[in-house]
Ligand binder design. Sequence first.
Ligand code: FUC
Length: 798
Amino acid sequence: MRTAVGGAAGIALGSGALGSGEAVAADTPNTSDVSAVASPPSPGLSSLWYTAPADDWEREALPIGNGALGATVFGTLASERLQLNEKTLWTGGPGSVQGYDHGNWRDARPGAITAVQDRIDAGTRLDPEAVADELGQPKAGYGAHQTFGDLHIDVPDAPATPPDTYRRALDIADAVATVVHTHQEVSHRREFFASHPDGVIAGRLSADRPGSVALTLRYTSPRTDFTVTSATTAAGGRLTVRGALADNGLRFEAQLRVRVSGERGAVTANSDGTLTVTDADSAWFVLAAGTDYADTYPGYRGEDPHAAVTRAVDKAGGERFETLMARHVRDHRALFGRVALDVRAEVPDVPTDQLLANYTGGATATDRALEALYFQYGRYLLIASSRPGSLPANLQGLWNNSTSPPWSADYHVNINLQMNYWPAEAANLAETTAPYDRFVEALRAPGRLMAKEMFGSRGWVVHNETNPYGFTGVHDWPTAFWFPEAAAWLTQQLYEHYRFGGSVEYLRSTAYPVMKEAAEFWLDNLRTDPRDGTLVVTPSYSPEHGDFTAGAAMSQQIVHDLLTNTLEAARTLGDSPAFRAELERTLADLDPGLRIGSWGQLQEWKADLDDPADDHRHVSHLYALHPGRQVEPGSAWADAAKVSLTARGDGGTGWSKAWKINFWARLRDGDHAHKMLAEQLKSSTLPNLWDTHPPFQIDGNFGATSGVVEMLLQSQYDIIEILPALPAAWRDGSVSGLRARGGATVDIAWADGRATRVALTASRTRRLTVRSGLVPDGETTFKAIAGRTYVWGAPPGA
Ligand code: FUC
């Protein structure tokens, strides 16, 4: 790498800054493809590990996944259990025995929404039950994500007494789960991973004494809607599971192919559909699964899974296990290895459950080991549960052991699905957003129907929660059924993808069409508030909280955000002047949803109704602070947001605490952000480091990972702010590979709470502004050239 010292690319020299004080531009290999840039692995922990098998699925099992297929590994010696998942295995939707209508009103209700609006205008508030009576209806055919069942690996020679040594681990840098034990001087090893490039779950059981691997592979399911068969060929054995969900006829299939490697061993197919391996040095398997789900309205069915599943197991099963594993590790590392976080952690030799139990709130170097691990675990989980080719990460990511999981393991869109993707861009995993984009795009067709039939308007809409079958209408749970703002909120991530990555082509072809149609819905549906003549959302419901009113803060802020983003995008793409003018006019008349109340709080509702003793988990009225960008730090709104957040307190469910990390970071209070991270670890984290609502709900994992980035780097106002909310607990450290809006990848080192070195690599040629004590006058704007790295402060290691 050639390093040029000086003011290249128009950067002024920062002679008064820390360290060398010079801005340095270095030519790097062409980095427009950020995936080529891999950081060294994080110092500190890169594994979760335990000294006993998992007993409880939710608290202890360890997840692997390739986005579409997942498994949770138990590590039980006598009978290994891999609880299996395929992301699209869902009951409900078209063909459901309950019938299905996407949540569209089964009986036409002309004027129903206007009647509710009129009543609100007349009396300002309505009880949620009353509105649910008018506008809701019972859910039908909504369905639920289904467990795919379990693969059991029965080991007849497993020790009857505890083994001499035992370790169950999940290496998150390589995405491989292992179970290692020694017994009577033989060391046994199990390895499991879910490969995205090969589309299979793979596993191997081996031992260091020849011929000591014997096992039986067996499939079970809590359902009865399938057949299982097994057969052998010269190359090994195959187990096939095939069926159709009783509820909706969705066809599914899994195939497992087992082989022995080494000098000896045999595979036998048994009449009960199991496969037995005897006297092998090692045995390994690949498993693929699929359904005939397709994300296309109105049928939501595609091809029978048989051909694709057969192809995947034939191909992967024809490779060597080592080849599959090497390809998998390379694929995972290309994403995972981009970000390293060093907070001067000390890695104690204690298992992860103990580390969590010992956690004191962030005061020690071992606490920091857990914090860094938890941050990276969120990145691991996103890679494992969201790769192109399947649905996005659901409420449990991908992992679900039940036929009736909590909230159907669905897509709640009054915060949860959105939170899942908060870390995607900033934590350098932009590729994981592809399934999200597809999902949102697929909601448009049924969402359009709902906009037309329920609201009589243009655009598309979705309410409080949705499923893979385009449920965009309503149900009748009074405090969680009406939330047409969700479509607007969902489009935010698409615009953020553009803001981070900078591809105008993506904006034109993917983000903008979805945003524009969401905006059209609101252009048609805002109504003039008789109280002050502003345009408001009505009926409006601050998620899961209070009464129905007009113009609750979150409703207004979401619409403000959508129209602002759409206007920006329309200008970038040169959309019609008439449409731009309509957006401008509407924004000018829109109630912005920012109001300071009697106790200095940011009001949750347009009328001053907030109770200072209210500690509800949703802090919806702070949307403008995060994930929005309407409230700037230092403003009166930010002060009011702080009053509200302080009143809400430091409790809440897992995801609520995670959101508060982000809020406090946006308020530039790193210590309070860190306190919320500590609260989440202390009281909302299970021994396998899954976030718990309770129950297990993965959004909190993702929200916390996002919150950690927000402490170290922010760019929501198009200013790249270095260490905006560094907590005292992380006095010295470094981070590399974070992404900022404008196409920048940023590495930061700090000491004694102050940045000592910043290196920024541009993936686009454009003007960037960096704010840091290290740059001249604390803020510098320069034209960054794609592929170049700009460095301020001390050279590495100085
Ligand atoms: C939201 C929350 C609940 C829960 C559910 C899945 O609506 O209010 O707490 O997380 O989603």
